[in-house]
Design a protein around this ligand. Structure first.
Ligand SMILES: [Zn+2]
Length: 126
């Protein structure tokens, strides 16, 4: 006998039970279902993957501020860590890396243009 989670109320019940004693839910596959091992390490990688995607998206509208590149750098690092996720969150990590990298590239170009423009203006006036 092992314990599984009720699909309806989420309480822990025996896989031998015909129905959930908490809510009476009676799933067809309750007795047949084999208990899966909890994917504990994958969960944290998935969290990093999602955080990477969120930071990557956040970095785009905030690119002109100091928040943009900081979000992009953190998002990039989290994306690399989160890309170890085995589930479909892997795509979030990849998107997070791409968005962060694009933001950093654009930010770098803007900074270089500003430096160039500043030195050019300085050269003109001198
Ligand atoms: Zn239940």
């Amino acid at each position: 006998m092992s314990l599984i989670r009720c699909n309806e109320c989420g309480s822990t019940i025996s896989n031998q039970a015909a129905f959930c004693p908490q809510c009476g839910y009676r799933p067809d596959n309750l007795n047949r279902r084999v208990t899966r091992p909890a994917p504990a390490p994958v969960q944290s990688y998935s969290g990093m993957a999602i955080a990477s995607l969120v930071l990557g998206i956040t970095s785009i509208p905030t690119i002109a501020t100091i928040i943009g590149p900081i979000c992009a750098i953190i998002g990039f690092v989290l994306g690399i860590c989160g890309s170890r996720a085995k589930d479909k969150k892997h795509g979030c990590a990849t998107a997070g890396i791409v968005l962060s990298a694009v933001t950093l590239a654009i930010w770098l170009v803007i900074v270089l243009v500003l430096i160039f423009a500043a030195s050019y203006t300085a050269g003109q006036t001198l």
